[in-house]
Design a binder for this molecule. Structure first.
Ligand code: R5P
Length: 294
């Protein structure tokens, strides 16, 4: 087995390789003077199971192209099997044509990845209208979850008087399971998305928040607006403080500063996307998922 990466997730890829005791060699990536992508494997891949560990953030479009080039090249060089381990898989939120003429990005992404990879593994993929990876990809897929790691983290670092909050119905699948694991009260807000940068939330399953340490749990922090609106509502209901734990911290458009302004006490993410807020390490979970592929 060879572990490699295409620019993102380098620390995580190296850590997974150390755990599996297999070599790690990132793909060499550069650009021609006109901007065309140049990509080169620096070690032989013939006969090997090549695992490309690479999140789609930052730069999801560029990452997509790099992954297609890398997978095709590995196949062409005689790899036995080419796998994608994308801790954060982009494009999944555009899973329907919300407005006439729009591209259904998740379907296009899945179609093209299915053509050049043999298997895909991700973590807490944003599966909404497509409930499983199998519904999107024509290759085997595995959607792992960080729920247990998040539950352990919350149990270790937050103590009495906590309430877990899911900012929207889609977060139910994460927050409800985590709350059950740790025996904490939970509520899920109702979110209305007006644009990709404006949302509003309301409390529909009342749970007392007064004087409580509220922990918002979500899969993705992108612009941060979802978490900010949920935090505002929690403070309005008397929360003592509000923190957030998320799987994928994209933090686009200065989101981290905005979250701090909104008085988020702790901002915790997994290392599915490299970021200073990374606190929960996914490398053991991911290495275990690859163990049988060796
Ligand atoms: C949406 O359903 C997701 O679970 C997240 O709540 C959303 O992607 C977060 O986006 P933003 O940070 O831009 O509000």
């Amino acid at each position: 087995m060879l572990i490699t990466s295409c620019g993102n997730s380098q620390k995580l890829a190296a850590s997974i390789a150390r755990k599996l005791k297999v070599p790690y060699a990132p793909v060499f990536i550069s650009n021609f003077p006109d901007g065309d992508l140049y990509l080169k494997f620096t070690v032989p891949v013939k006969g090997k199971t090549v695992v490309i560990v690479n999140s789609f953030q930052p730069y999801s479009n560029e990452s997509f192209l790099r992954l297609l080039f890398a997978a095709e090249t590995a196949q062409d060089l005689g790899a036995k099997k080419v796998m994608l381990l994308a801790p954060y898989l982009a494009y999944l939120r555009q899973d329907t044509r919300f407005h006439p003429g729009e591209a259904i990005s998740s379907k296009i992404m899945a179609k093209h990845l299915s053509l050049c990879f043999d298997k895909i593994i991700t973590i807490d993929g944003h599966l909404h209208r497509y409930r499983t990876l199998d519904a999107l990809f024509s290759i085997p897929g595995q959607n792992l979850t960080a729920n247990s790691l998040i539950a352990e983290y919350i149990q270790k670092h937050f103590h009495n008087d906590i309430v877990l909050v899911g900012p929207d119905w889609e977060s139910f699948q994460w927050v409800e399971q985590i709350a059950q694991k740790i025996g904490a009260p939970v509520t899920v807000f109702e979110k209305k998305r007006h644009t990709s940068r404006t949302v509003s939330v309301k409390m529909v399953q009342p749970v007392p928040l007064k004087g409580k340490h509220v922990i918002i749990v979500d899969d993705i922090i992108s612009t941060g607006h979802t978490v900010i609106q949920a935090a505002r509502l929690a403070y309005k209901h008397g929360a003592k403080d509000v923190s957030v734990v998320a799987v994928h911290g994209l933090f686009v458009e200065n989101a981290l500063a905005k979250l701090k302004q909104a008085k988020l006490k702790h901002i915790v993410t997994t290392n599915s996307i490299e970021h200073p807020t990374n606190t929960i390490d996914l490398s053991s979970l991911l290495a275990t998922a690859l163990q049988n592929e060796k």
